[in-house]
Write a protein that binds this ligand. Structure first.
Ligand SMILES: Cc1cc2nc3c(=O)[nH]c(=O)nc-3n(C[C@H](O)[C@H](O)[C@H](O)COP(=O)(O)OP(=O)(O)OC[C@H]3O[C@@H](n4cnc5c(N)ncnc54)[C@H](O)[C@@H]3O)c2cc1C
Length: 401
């Protein structure tokens, strides 16, 4: 599948990771991770740090999948609002999922600090704007349940929103628990760090096409006919993981994004918050370290890459217009635009852990608009499972939920 097209900003801004080559000789390892995006990189981080030997293969360049096209906002909010998720899965489970997502932002910060990598991790608040009266009613309900579960949130009425941010909407929820990163850089630097410090083996342009299970290990076959023997397999293959899954658990969505030319700092909105709107299809924005505005949304169901790509010029215009309506005084000019594909699940939760009857085969599928927080959870949960430790999060994020 063609995961993205156009000009994804991180892929233009950062150098290509070219320190390693495709796999040409058979290898043996304890853990084979399929996929070198932010999920595979975080899984490798947790395993290498715990002293577990691992190798990563990727059919593309390193982190060249969805990770290079992401807008990389880190929010504890899950695609399904807490008050709706509570109805779907029960209030305790829903609040547990939100708390796990909140914790993962602090854990991502720790990863950056521990390794000293430069992922442009920056803490910024989130503003979730009520686009209309219906949105305002939903935000009030959301505020009540988040407050009940002691999640960080405050409510801004229309006047406060206008006064503080010069935004004309019906109200907003705010929290100071969010962050933003350059996730292509985070993935590549993390992989480089563990390659240099923990002998992580890293093979780009190496596609896994089949595997078979022997008594206590897997034999994995690559498209170029080389084999890999491993005790555990981790599927961190992003939105192409369907081929490894016994059943379909996600639906594919096309999404659009753009980044502006750099602007003077004083042109940007206060606190450079991450901003979301309640209206569907959603619209969101952030800033970058070089003072650009990055925005996205306009999601539609994915049919094929050609249909997704043909709509890029039209969707770029819609995003620009939405921005101008929100901030008429900011002179934003688009520099690059791109589109990508991602997955969502019915309950907005990821699929992480072992599939029944598939022992030692772990899935790290952070499906959702805020998938990077799920990648962090997947990495820790899988490390725990390999170390023989129980992880309660599997009850909420696993296949048996
Ligand atoms: C436009 C856009 C905006 C987004 N914005 C946000 C955001 O603001 N915040 C957020 O949290 N998330 C966001 N997401 C989602 C986020 O980017 C993803 O959750 C995350 O990048 C997924 O990382 P991954 O490592 O799981 O997948 P990927 O980065 O796609 O990595 C999987 C890798 O597996 C490889 N692979 C697949 N099959 C095989 C195989 N058979 N053999 C070998 N290799 C294989 C692929 O080549 C790929 O490189 C956004 C996504 C898009 C497209």
């Amino acid at each position: 599948m063609d995961l993205h097209s156009g000009s994804p900003f991180w892929a233009l801004k950062n150098p290509l990771f070219q320190e390693t080559d495709t796999l040409t000789e058979p290898i043996q390892t304890d853990v084979l991770i399929i996929g070198s995006g932010i999920t595979g990189a975080l899984v490798a981080h947790e395993l290498c740090t715990a002293g577990i030997a691992c190798a990563i293969v990727d059919k593309r360049s390193i982190a060249g999948g969805s990770t290079s096209a992401s807008t990389a906002q880190l929010q504890y909010e899950i695609d399904v609002p807490l008050h709706e998720l509570a109805e779907q899965v029960g209030e305790e489970k829903a609040a547990f999922a939100y708390r796990a997502s909140l914790k993962s932002i602090a854990d991502l910060k720790k990863v950056v600090k521990q390794t000293g990598i430069s992922a442009e991790f920056t803490q910024v608040p989130t503003l979730l704007l009520a686009s209309n009266r219906k949105g305002l009613r939903a935000l009030k309900e959301e505020y009540a349940i988040r407050t009940k579960h002691k999640l960080p949130v405050s409510f801004l009425d229309r006047e406060a929103l206008k006064e503080t941010y010069d935004i004309d909407r019906f109200g907003a929820l705010k929290n100071n628990a969010s962050a933003q990163i350059d996730c292509y850089r985070m993935a590549t630097e993390l992989l480089g760090y563990h390659r240099n410090n923990h002998q992580l083996k890293l093979f780009p342009y190496t596609e896994v096409i089949a595997y078979k299970r022997n008594a206590d290990h897997f034999i994995v076959e690559t498209q170029k006919g080389v084999s890999i023997s491993c005790k555990y397999m981790v599927i961190a293959a992003g939105f192409e993981a369907g081929r490894f899954l016994p059943k379909k658990v996600m639906k594919l969505i096309s999404t659009y994004a753009l980044v502006s030319e750099p602007l003077p700092t004083e042109s940007l909105w206060p606190e450079r918050c991450l901003i979301w709107e309640t209206r569907q299809p959603y619209f969101y924005l952030r800033t970058t370290s070089d003072n650009r505005i990055m925005m996205g949304g306009e999601d539609i169901p994915f049919k094929n890459a050609a249909l997704r790509d043909i709509k890029l010029p039209e969707k770029t215009k819609v995003l620009e217009n939405k921005f101008r309506k929100l901030f008429p005084h900011i002179p934003m000019v688009t520099d690059f635009s791109w589109c990508g594909t991602f997955s969502s699940t019915n309950d907005g939760l990821p699929y992480i852990g072992e599939y029944k009857d598939k022992k030692n085969l772990f899935f790290a599928l952070g499906y959702g608009g805020n998938g990077i927080t799920f990648s962090m959870i997947a990495a820790q949960l899988i490390r725990n499972k390999i170390q023989g430790k129980k992880d309660k999060r599997e009850e909420v994020f696993g296949f048996e939920r």
